[in-house]
Design a protein around this ligand. Structure first.
Ligand code: ZN
Ligand code: ZN
Length: 132
């Protein structure tokens, strides 16, 4: 399927130009419009998640926060806050590096959960945390 970039009329692949507008048709990609998002990290502190997002956006990396606290069934009180940070796939690597460069933020390479900077072993998955 192709479409005209001017009038948005759709045509079969056998057409190359829009007869109305006389412009070249563009190939329509199927369901490929949604941006490719990945989980950058899971943060156990909502205000920290907001700080991290603000920091990343100031570096030109757009991100989204998803509060997943409410999805947890009988939510244990200690686990009240859980926020996921999403970024575009192509930005994820740079975003992780930027976060690691910030002294106050350490993200487990095993489960992508934000951990305490003093932690040597991830309390979440037991992964050994390397000093960066
Ligand atoms: Zn057209
Ligand atoms: Zn972990």
């Amino acid at each position: 399927m192709k479409s005209c970039p001017k009038c948005n009329e759709t045509f079969p692949d056998t057409h190359f130009r829009c007869p109305e507008c006389n412009v070249e048709l563009v190939q329509l990609t199927v369901q490929n419009e949604a941006p490719d998002l990945v989980i950058l990290c899971t943060v156990l502190n909502e205000s920290k998640a907001h700080i991290m997002r603000g920091f990343l956006e100031s570096e030109g990396i757009p991100c989204q926060l998803e509060n997943i606290s409410f999805h947890a069934e009988p939510a244990p009180v200690a686990d009240l806050m859980k926020v996921r940070l999403w970024t575009l796939k192509e930005d994820a690597e740079q975003a992780r590096r930027l976060l690691q460069e910030r002294e106050s933020i350490q993200v487990c390479s095993g489960c992508a959960t934000e951990v305490d900077e003093q932690d040597e072993i991830c309390p979440n998955c037991g992964e050994r945390l390397d000093e960066c």
